[in-house]
Design a binder for this molecule. Structure first.
Ligand SMILES: Cc1ncc(COP(=O)(O)O)c(C=O)c1O
Length: 462
């Protein structure tokens, strides 16, 4: 019997057992690298040539398919957990979290309902309750782990609009000609995407000279917006610079206007755990909803966004799907994670974080996040010291944005290509107000000061 034959593919037999061992061995090797090679993408044509016809009627057999993955496909994917991977927002899962992702994969747990996944949903909820407590939300807060911050922001805003609409209808008021939400000009692109999907308008509020959304700026935007504002969004750590809006001020404007207050903390809200930066997040307790992505700075593998509501019943009213075959779940009164976001079937993607937290404890997380922040400040100091380099802004969390005197986009690109070619790191060009720069986004405890200095040095020799 072959593992790739119809008869053997669902059973434990010598072929599938051998494949299991080969997969474990591959995983063992990938996890034993310190660090894993950075690797680099190939072109479509190169991949078509190197890995042709892998999906065919007869199958390659597991051994051959794994060989194609190990020798062609995997090396054509960047290792986002490499300590020199410093662009976008990297990822840095703990060993425990990565290992437990394997367990989740092997366990066939349906994470949409309590009936099907009670034990796993309970553990995910323990993590969500802890995050809600850290943020200062009441005991009754709750939510769900969704795929990413984009979906988390969308789901929160859909709940916000649903609540605003229900309130108007209950009060016998007319619905607005158009619904709107307010966020800063520095807010993440996922909010624009959410507005487009929801067919609502965005009212952009100006930021202060530090790039922060403030209470007065939100008040001005609100006064100018007219009817139909259903949410105000603050960003707890912008993607470009790691800047935290004046959360309390913004939240107080939202509160006094009776408007839903959402905090997008996809990247930065993790720094709430670090004693040194905790005060920046003052006012998060006013949030009606917030998100934070474990796959960014809570050391979990892709993909997970923790989405939490002050009053989960408002999210449930917006998101529960009704269908005859689902009645047994929706009428049970149980806590069904599917009810709290734009999703139904779901992986229990919060479990790797739960396992890692249960293994190491919260204190280890506080320490690791704080070390990243310290490193950002240390390397910022080094950048300030070098006459040919300058900081675009003082780092607040763990993003350091800087310029090299006289460099054009092409210079940054040449340097970036060189780093990738030599496997040292991924540091792509960026820009601010049209002026080119580059940035280190530090979320990996394996990223060292020495490596960052080496990368800075290499700017002078390229
Ligand atoms: C502030 C902020 N919000 C939302 C997102 C979107 O998150 P995701 O990429 O997980 O969809 C990001 C991603 O970088 C982000 O930095």
């Amino acid at each position: 019997m072959n593992a790739n034959s119809r008869a053997g593919m669902h059973t434990s037999n010598p072929d599938t057992q051998a494949l299991r061992e080969a997969i474990f061995e591959y995983t063992r090797e990938r996890m034993s690298y310190d660090p894993a090679p950075l690797d680099a993408p190939l072109t479509l044509e190169e991949l078509q040539k190197l890995a042709p016809n892998t999906v065919n009627e007869d199958g390659l057999g597991g051994k051959q398919a794994l060989k194609v993955f190990a020798e062609v496909l995997a090396p054509a994917c960047l290792s986002t957990d490499h300590p020199g991977y410093l662009s976008f927002i990297p990822t840095a899962p703990t060993e425990a979290a990565t290992l437990f992702d394997l367990v989740v994969s092997a366990s066939s747990i349906y994470g949409g309902s309590w009936m099907e996944g009670a034990g796993a949903v309970f553990a995910e909820n323990e993590v969500l309750a802890w995050l809600a407590r850290e943020a200062g939300l009441p005991e009754t807060a709750g939510g769900v782990f969704v795929q990413g911050g984009t979906l988390g922001n969308l789901s929160a805003l859909v709940a916000a609009r649903h609540a605003a609409k229900a309130k108007r209808i209950a009060a016998g008021l007319a619905l607005p000609a158009s619904w709107k939400f307010i966020c800063s000009v520095e807010a993440h692109s996922s909010l624009k995407a959410a507005a487009s999907v929801m067919d609502v308008e965005i009212v952009k509020a100006e930021v202060d000279q530090d790039g922060r959304l403030t209470g007065p700026a939100v008040q001005r935007a609100l006064d100018a917006a007219g009817d139909g504002v259903f949410a105000i969004v603050a960003t707890a750590g912008t993607t470009n610079f790691g800047i935290v809006d004046r959360i309390r001020e913004v939240g107080e404007v939202a509160r006094s206007a009776g408007i839903w207050f959402h905090v997008d903390g996809a990247y930065g809200l993790a720094a709430l755990l670090a004693p040194k930066t905790r005060a920046l997040f003052d006012g998060t307790e006013l949030a009606d909803s917030f998100i934070v992505d474990p796959h960014k700075w809570l050391f979990a593998p892709f993909d997970a966004c923790a989405l939490i509501y002050r009053d989960p019943s408002l999210a449930k009213a917006a998101h529960t799907q009704h269908g005859e075959y689902l009645d047994t779940l929706t009428e049970s009164g149980d806590w069904n994670p599917s009810d709290y976001a734009y999703n139904l079937t779901r992986r229990v993607r919060g479990l790797p974080l739960w396992f890692s937290l249960a293994t190491h404890g919260v204190a280890a997380y506080r320490e690791a996040i704080e070390e990243n922040i310290d490193l950002a400040h240390r390397i910022a100091h080094e950048i300030r010291r070098r006459p040919q380099l300058s900081l675009v802004r003082e780092p607040e969390l763990s993003v350091v944005v800087f310029e090299h005197e006289g460099w054009t986009v092409d210079d940054y690109k040449r340097w970036s290509d060189h780093l990738l070619e030599t496997g040292k790191g991924l540091v792509v060009p960026s820009s601010h107000h049209g002026k080119p720069n580059t940035r280190f986004a530090i979320v990996n405890p394996q990223t060292s000061y020495e490596l960052l200095v080496e990368l800075l040095d290499s700017m002078e020799t390229i």
